[in-house]
Design a protein around this ligand. Structure first.
Ligand code: NAD
Length: 250
């Protein structure tokens, strides 16, 4: 069991990639807290984990709110007594190109994708430090490494911010034995992509940019996050790890 006796909080863990991470973490022995806006989907993921003998708990969390993060950390401390792993996974993409993007859409993306992980780190650090250290994993994207032609400017801006938030935390909190790394997936077929993939040409376009010739699976991403969360990655800090079948190497 690679996460035995560890407690993890995964934002946006109700569905998609976050749910895959939650299930994988629980299989490896972690007590998993799912923080999300979606209580029903979150509850279903918790039930699924429990049915398989895992430990999981749903927390109502809006990552854009300072008070919401504070309450989430208090709930983790009350239920588990400690925090070892934070995964800042919640993210959105409003697909409006820069020339027509509404300011409200930009504000919403900055709030969830940048302010969200920022506040998550802010509120996790004291709890991680109290437990002797831990691992923070921020979910960025290939769009946090390159100017990706198929996405929006707002998405690359927010995901690029996550890349450097990660490195700043990595250097500042290494002294507290807190590691911080980011994961950069290429396109994964999750609910986030369903609208776009109604057009088969858009799906083919995305597959075409991957040297390994397929989309990422949620398990590809969850396994990479699991590795960074585990003690196997004890000397990995400040790393931006692509999970992209070679996309950003091209
Ligand atoms: N799917 C992809 O192709 C892909 C590729 C690269 C990176 N990513 C990133 O991976 C992460 C997860 O993506 P996904 O595809 O699983 O998305 P998804 O839409 O399937 O799931 C995102 C989850 O985040 C939650 N969420 C949204 N706003 C929230 C808020 N304010 N507070 C709390 N929870 C909130 C949603 O309720 C949902 O459960 C995102 O950060 C996304 O940018 C996804």
């Amino acid at each position: 069991m690679r996460l035995k006796n560890k407690t993890a909080l995964i934002s946006g863990g109700a569905q998609g990639l976050g749910a895959a991470m939650a299930k994988r973490f629980a299989e490896e022995g972690a007590f998993v807290f799912i923080g999300d806006l979606k209580a029903e989907a979150g509850g279903e993921t918790v039930d699924e984990i429990k049915k398989k003998g895992g430990r999981a708990f749903f927390i109502s969390l809006d990552v854009t709110g300072d008070a919401s993060w504070k309450a989430a950390m208090e709930a983790v401390e009350k239920e588990a007594g400690r925090l070892d792993i934070l995964v800042n996974n919640a993210g959105i993409n409003i697909r409006e190109p820069i020339e027509v993007m509404k300011v409200e859409s930009l504000d919403a993306m900055l709030a969830v994708n940048v302010k969200g992980p920022f506040l998550g780190v802010k509120h996790a650090i004291p709890l991680l430090r109290r437990g002797g250290g831990g691992s923070i994993i921020n979910i960025s994207s290939v769009c946090g490494l390159i100017g990706h032609a198929y996405t929006t400017e707002a998405y690359t801006v927010t995901k690029g911010a996550v890349t450097l938030l990660t490195k700043s935390i990595a250097v500042r909190y290494a002294k507290d034995n807190i590691r911080c790394n980011s994961i950069h997936p290429s396109t994964v077929d999750t609910p986030l992509m369903q609208q776009l993939f109604k057009d088969p040409a858009r799906k083919a376009e995305r597959i075409g940019e991957v040297p390994l010739g397929r989309l990422a699976t949620d398990l590809d991403v969850a396994n990479a996050v699991l590795f960074l969360a585990s003690d196997e990655a004890a000397f990995l800090n400040g790393v931006a790890l692509p999970v992209d079948g070679g996309t950003t190497a091209d």
